[in-house]
Design a protein around this ligand. Structure first.
Ligand SMILES: Cc1cc2nc3c(=O)[nH]c(=O)nc-3n(C[C@H](O)[C@H](O)[C@H](O)COP(=O)(O)OP(=O)(O)OC[C@H]3O[C@@H](n4cnc5c(N)ncnc54)[C@H](O)[C@@H]3O)c2cc1C
Length: 364
């Protein structure tokens, strides 16, 4: 066995598209990598659910393919049978709820998704190259052993019948791929070089994410939604609702005779109502919705998701922050480096960091 093969694996914290992008590049280059994910799923905020035969996306709604590397990944490296183009335009609405076609450039370009839900992207990446993912592993801190320079992941778990701090490892490198404020908390409760820890805390402290409620409204009768339109966007950010989309615009998702709307509330409304009870939430939702789509019938069910860290609100982190800990084996990625919520952008950041890590490990 060569010395390179004996290196401990790389650990990636977070199985969102960015973390999976890192793991993809490392795996393709033949390096051992293990992904630790707190949930049972893959793809993070690119999230999908099923109810009554309807498959819908309660996080990211669609993605665009804006670079050659994404084009290669999606069309060449991953299976494409399940890929769908979302039909219809994106119109806009203002503070009063008045809908206009808006800037024709808005939402132009192909909008992509998968039949099985937007989270299919992570599943395909994991299946295609056999990524090793540990689910239900919430990492609470990382520790670098001073003598060996090797890394360990910390989590809470049961040991001899007691809730204890457990460690996984050793790892040669650690990649933190979670939203900026969560990365900050993790780094604050970690044990490694104090100077590096301070630099990372200083870089991450200004990073802000909006909170956001997504409501999923199901109708068993036809609803009136503007013709040829897939979604309505509040472009001037003056309405309590940011986005309404008609999931029937995604082929093979909603059975005939059923209709499903995704309503994403504004960050301001979501923050003000973050801990509100269901009755208050629903009455606020319907008051806001009636100004945009006044003729909607009552939905027969409503599903919801409260995203604490939904979309980055602050400037993108400088690229150099990703590799501030390079000499010690600590790396960062995620959409905090994009500065806005974009599946494609987050995935690209992960792929780029993955390639940088491969070069670093191989010493090229
Ligand atoms: C409501 C909403 C609408 C959106 N709409 C769009 C859209 O239409 N188009 C678009 O392109 N983008 C959209 N986005 C943004 C897009 O989803 C994100 O930019 C992208 O998915 C971010 O990927 P990521 O890998 O950086 O982070 P995430 O997807 O957040 O991945 C991080 C992962 O880390 C896990 N994790 C967190 N903490 C820990 C821990 N301590 N230990 C282990 N695991 C942990 C999380 O469970 C998660 O799986 C939307 C997002 C939301 C929430």
């Amino acid at each position: 066995m060569s010395s390179e093969e004996e290196l401990p694996p790389v650990a990636v914290i977070g199985a969102g598209v960015s973390g999976l992008g890192v793991a993809w590049e490392l795996t393709c280059a033949g390096h051992a990598v293990e992904v630790f994910e707190k949930s049972r799923g893959l793809s993070g905020r690119a999230a999908s659910r099923t109810k009554d035969g309807c498959r819908y996306d309660h996080g990211a709604n669609y993605f665009t393919i804006d670079s050659d590397e994404l084009q290669d990944l999606i069309f060449e490296s991953l299976p494409t049978e399940d890929l769908i183009k979302v039909k219809g335009d994106i119109a806009i609405f203002d503070a009063s709820g008045t809908i206009t076609p808006g800037d024709p450039a808005q939402g132009k370009g192909d909008k992509w998704n998968y039949r099985g839900g937007i989270n299919t992207i992570g599943k395909l990446m994991a299946e295609t190259v056999g990524l090793v993912v540990h689910h239900q592993s919430r990492i609470t801190g990382v520790r670098c052993d001073e003598e060996s320079g090797q890394w360990f992941l910390q989590s809470m778990g049961e040991h001899e019948g007691q809730e204890s701090l457990l460690e996984d490892g050793p790892f040669s490198q650690i990649v933190i791929s979670i939203p900026g404020p969560q990365a900050l908390t993790l780094i604050e409760s970690s044990e490694f070089d104090e100077d590096l820890q301070e630099q990372l805390i200083e870089a991450l402290e200004p990073v802000e994410y909006a909170s956001q409620f997504s409501f999923l409204l199901h109708f068993d009768q036809k609803i009136s939604f503007p013709e040829q339109t897939y979604a309505l966007l509040n472009i001037d950010r003056s309405h309590d609702i940011s986005w309404i989309s008609y999931e029937n615009g995604k082929a093979h998702r909603i059975p005939d005779g059923q209709h499903l709307l995704v309503v994403q509330m504004s960050p301001a409304w979501s923050l003000a109502n973050f801990d509100a009870d269901q009755e208050t939430l629903h009455s606020g939702l319907f008051a806001a919705l009636s100004t945009v789509l006044p003729d909607l019938p009552d939905p027969d069910w409503i599903d919801s998701q409260r995203w604490k860290f939904s979309l980055p609100q602050s400037e993108a982190l400088a690229p150099k922050v990703a590799s501030l800990g390079k000499s010690q084996g600590l790396w960062l990625t995620g959409d905090a480096f994009v500065g806005k919520g974009r599946l494609g952008g987050a995935l690209e950041k992960g792929l780029q960091l993955g390639r940088e890590l491969v070069s670093h490990i191989e010493g090229v």
